[in-house]
Design a protein around this ligand. Sequence first.
Ligand SMILES: Nc1ncnc2c1ncn2[C@@H]1O[C@H](COP(=O)(O)OP(=O)(O)OP(=O)(O)O)[C@@H](O)[C@H]1O
Ligand SMILES: [Mg+2]
Length: 416
Amino acid sequence: MLRRHRHAARLTLEQLAELSGVSDRTLSDMERGRSKGPQHRTVTALADALGLADADRRQLSELAREGRLRDRWARPTGLCELPRSVDDFTGRSAELAWISELMRAESAPGAAGVGLVTGSAGLGKTTLTVRAAHALRTDFPGGVYFLDLFGMSPRPLPAEEALSLLLRALGRAEQQIASDLEGRASSYRSLLRERRALIVLDNAASEEQVRPLLPGGGAGKALVTSRRLLAGLEGVRRLGLGPLPPMEAAELLTGILKERGASDDDPALWQLAQLCGGLPLALRIAGNRLVSRPGWNAADLAARLTNEERRLDQLSAGDLKIATAFGLSYEQLAGSTRRVFRRLALVPGHSFDAALAAVAGGTSTGGPGTPSTSSSTSACSRTARRDATASTTWYGSSPATGSGRRNPSPNARRSP
Ligand SMILES: Nc1ncnc2c1ncn2[C@@H]1O[C@H](COP(=O)(O)OP(=O)(O)OP(=O)(O)O)[C@@H](O)[C@H]1O
Ligand SMILES: [Mg+2]
């Protein structure tokens, strides 16, 4: 614990000794757990020198009193390592500020700081969260961990397995991990109560899957991403991600194309950004296609994308494909909802409301003013339907049929 704080403050043992007036020998003993119950003024001097906030200061003196300062979780396991962040990360400054404020804030007693980032396929949920988590590393001396919950797969990661992975990543020996879900969840919460660790749970499938993986209050925090709203989750702060605004969309394209000397006053680049509707995945694909085909320019690709019938086919580069991203959500829809999705491709206009969707699909809305909460629609279908809305609005064709017809404006936003 002490060593983590020292590393977070970027101090050597000697520097901390000098700043605090505590001898480096005593410090070293404390870090190795050899010094039981150091004096209160020693701990206060260290907390002052480290510039600790109230919660950390309290925790440090409690652990010091109990002779538990040694870093029991210092053993690096290499599990659940955060993925790398993209070097051309663009925009999202308000969202990054929201996350870091939430993650740095002190939680009420017994409540955990949990942020949930939701939005349709390819909006940049993972990219944003990973970026934020890297920036927060020094605030979490207990470590930053990342786990993909495979929420869009037909077999999402079961909570028991997720807990086992997280417990091992947090330093629990395999033989100490309970065999049942409750036992695992309980030791996980107990570890996170005193350990200032950040757990990123990417791509959550359902409330049921993610609930046991949330800290139960104390020092640990969690950031969750999901295409689904996970409306049943309690005590979480929510951030609904939208498309990138036109300026940032053009900036992202310019960034991807910088080695080609692209400039953001190129009108073709703006047109391309507009055709991608602010969807970062589409922008990435368009940019990568241009980078990998030096013979093409932005105007060529924009011309190809203008053809709505072929837009989905064009938005593919290597293993990145818009159709695949939205297809994952489509696969999870019930047959009746798939029908709504396909028929909505025929609806003219930028977006549609629940009543129009009901007419198109030959179904009911579940009452006026309840566009996306039809009781006959499961939570899974609701979000997938939201993806469908986004896909139809942006691209005018379904991943299943590729047969969009009359979507007039690719830069239209999702319907409310
Ligand atoms: N702010 C950003 N700056 C630069 N690139 C971005 C940004 N946001 C997203 N991207 C790019 O867009 C693509 C899709 O992003 P990402 O995988 O984070 O989306 P997602 O919302 O997590 O999608 P899914 O629902 O499929 O998990 C990636 O190639 C990523 O590099
Ligand atoms: Mg993702």
